[in-house]
Design a protein around this ligand. Structure first.
Ligand SMILES: Nc1nc2c(ncn2[C@@H]2O[C@H](COP(=O)(O)OP(=O)(O)O)[C@@H](O)[C@H]2O)c(=O)[nH]1
Ligand SMILES: [Mg+2]
Length: 535
């Protein structure tokens, strides 16, 4: 029987050269690197703990005083948000990126296309053999680095050699049982590189949705079952934008591609059609396949964001659009996260409930009061007592809801301030009204507090001054709503024209700040008949 120490002391220097670490050793070392858990939550760990404690201890305590419908569901929503936030802290690198995925059949040239676009021949693994099915994100950084996120949500740095080992022929020569399926261990890989010039974009290279239709022997590392399709669907549905790649020599866009996109991925937006590997086609065939593919996509009900006949080999666009222009367009907008809005939405439900209950009690008190006052000689002493005790119950309930509303307002403020400091430490940009439009703010205004996010009100510009800004009157508000002049300048080349006194505007509620009774809006001038005819 052999054991691990057999031969351990038979040192033979002449053998050293020809005894590199075996493939098995390398694989096990790599796997242990990948699953090892470095200190989690180093950045922002304290802040996160504080937020977690705040939510876990305060929410239920505050809610206990007043019955809140769906209280446990709301609490669960907060816990889910906390757990999502923990993931963000572990891997904040993609939070503000517009994810642009490339999907398509196996070996249609997806990785080759990205390499060609970035002007790097071997940034992403290419090959006629299937590469490991781990989604790979490419983002900008001044220096190259490779990060892997494992299934335990821990980040590891990888070397190029390790990346190649994971992606490629690592399983070559291994028997079926000893092949290592890295996609079980790694959720995603992120390559940060200076050659990725689009800073607001993460390019996502996905595994092909279809299996290679070459002989088994060549299909090393093939995943078992239908996981290819499932994996591809899962990754593509996370993307903001999609390029669909087909190899020109396979002819026009085919039924299975269309069925996958429409029925499995259920892609809801326009996508970019890439007819790839056009160097393999006769020049005279390119246009026909290009037009035919566009027609097939449109006939299937898809909208097309752009289309190119391209070759990764030559780096040339044969006809249609230049995909780089589309990348530029997407890159023009930063993607903001919605953390504040998501937490706020939960707390807001509780505040609104207490507010509504307070109003209901108040109305009830008002209607009971005259009954009580006029009760003498009309009601029996017992009836009077009953009215009295009902009134005092309602008054107590009203006060309890008023107190709870205040407590949840301050709870919401504390949550928000902790959250903002976590996001700031991570360098993650969360959405604000000014990020999505032209921001306007009301003064402390009770009348507006019943409004909800997305509600629209009409207004009219009353005054415009470089120093004081723009003042808007609205029948819905008791006081004027103000836009800072600088904020107008940021969006409009000629503020004096766009926000001239008398201009009608539409205000959309962005958020309600209960603590100081302010409402934040985004504003657009409404084109009046007069103005429209001037242009
Ligand atoms: N002739 C030609 N071959 C290409 C082109 N793009 C990729 N390939 C090759 O086709 C094979 C599959 O490409 P790859 O990018 O790995 O396909 P993926 O599976 O869709 O990512 C590789 O051998 C590439 O070198 C191209 O534009 N023209
Ligand atoms: Mg590939």
């Amino acid at each position: 029987m052999s054991n691990a120490l057999d031969g351990a002391f038979d040192y033979d220097p002449s053998q050293e050269e020809i005894k590199p670490a075996t493939v098995a050793d390398d694989r096990f070392k790599l796997i242990s690197t990948l699953i090892s858990t470095p200190d989690a939550l180093s950045a922002g760990a304290k802040e996160f703990k504080a937020l977690e404690t705040l939510i876990r201890s305060d929410f239920l305590k505050l809610a206990a005083g007043v019955g809140i419908p769906g209280e446990s569901a709301l609490y669960n929503e907060l816990l889910v948000l906390l757990s999502d936030l923990r993931d963000l802290i572990e891997f904040p690198h993609l939070a503000n990126k517009n994810v642009l995925a490339i999907g398509g059949g196996f070996s249609s040239g997806k990785s080759g296309f990205l390499n060609a676009i970035l002007g790097e021949t071997d940034l992403l693994p290419e090959g006629i053999r299937e590469t490991t099915a781990i989604p790979t994100y490419l983002t900008h950084a001044d220096e190259e680095s490779i990060l892997a996120l494992n299934t335990f949500d821990r980040t590891q740095r990888l070397t190029r050699a390790e990346l190649t080992a994971i992606s490629h022929a690592f399983n070559a020569g291994q028997s079926e049982e000893s092949k290592i399926q890295f996609y079980h261990i790694l959720k995603l890989i992120q390559i940060q590189s200076p050659c990725m010039k689009w800073r607001n974009v993460a390019l996502l290279d996905t595994p092909g949705y279809s299996k290679p239709n070459i002989g088994d022997a060549a299909a090393e590392g093939t995943n078992a079952g239908n996981t290819d399709e499932e994996k591809a669907r899962e990754h593509l549905s996370l993307a903001d934008h999609l390029i669909w790649s087909i190899a020109g020599k396979d002819g026009v866009l085919q039924g299975p591609d269309i069925a996958f996109l429409r029925d499995k991925v259920q892609w809801p937006r326009p996508f970019y059609l890439l007819i790839n590997k056009c160097d393999e086609l006769a020049k005279s065939d390119v246009k026909g396949i290009f037009d035919g593919s566009l027609a097939a996509a449109k006939a299937a009900g898809f909208e097309i964001a752009g289309a190119s006949a391209f070759s990764a080999r030559t780096g040339k666009v044969y006809c249609g659009d230049d995909p780089r222009k589309w990348f530029d367009e997407i890159d023009g907008k930063c993607k903001f996260t919605q953390w504040r809005g998501r937490f706020k939405a939960v707390v807001e439900k509780v505040i609104r409930f207490n507010d509504d209950e307070e109003k209901r009690c108040s109305a009830l008190e008002k209607s009971l009061k005259p009954v009580y006052l006029k009760a003498d000689g009309v009601l029996t002493p017992d009836q009077i007592d009953a009215v009295k005790s009902a009134m005092s119950d309602v008054a107590k309930e009203r006060k309890a809801h008023a107190v709870a509303a205040q407590q949840f307002i301050s709870f919401g403020q504390k949550v928000e301030s902790r959250l903002m400091s976590i996001l700031k430490n991570l360098g993650v940009s969360d959405e604000t009204a000014a990020a999505v439009g032209l921001e306007a703010t009301s003064t402390s205004d009770e009348k507006l507090l019943a409004l909800k996010k997305g509600d629209k009100i009409a207004g009219k510009v009353e005054k415009l001054s470089k120093f004081l800004g723009c003042f808007i009157n609205s029948p819905a508000a008791s006081d004027q709503i103000r836009i800072k002049y600088k904020e107008i300048e940021r969006h409009y080349t000629s503020p004096e024209e766009s926000f001239a006194v008398g201009t009608q505007v539409e205000l959309t509620v962005y958020e309600v700040q209960y603590s100081d009774k302010r409402v934040v809006f985004t504003v657009v001038p409404v084109k009046s008949e007069n103005k429209a005819s001037k242009n």
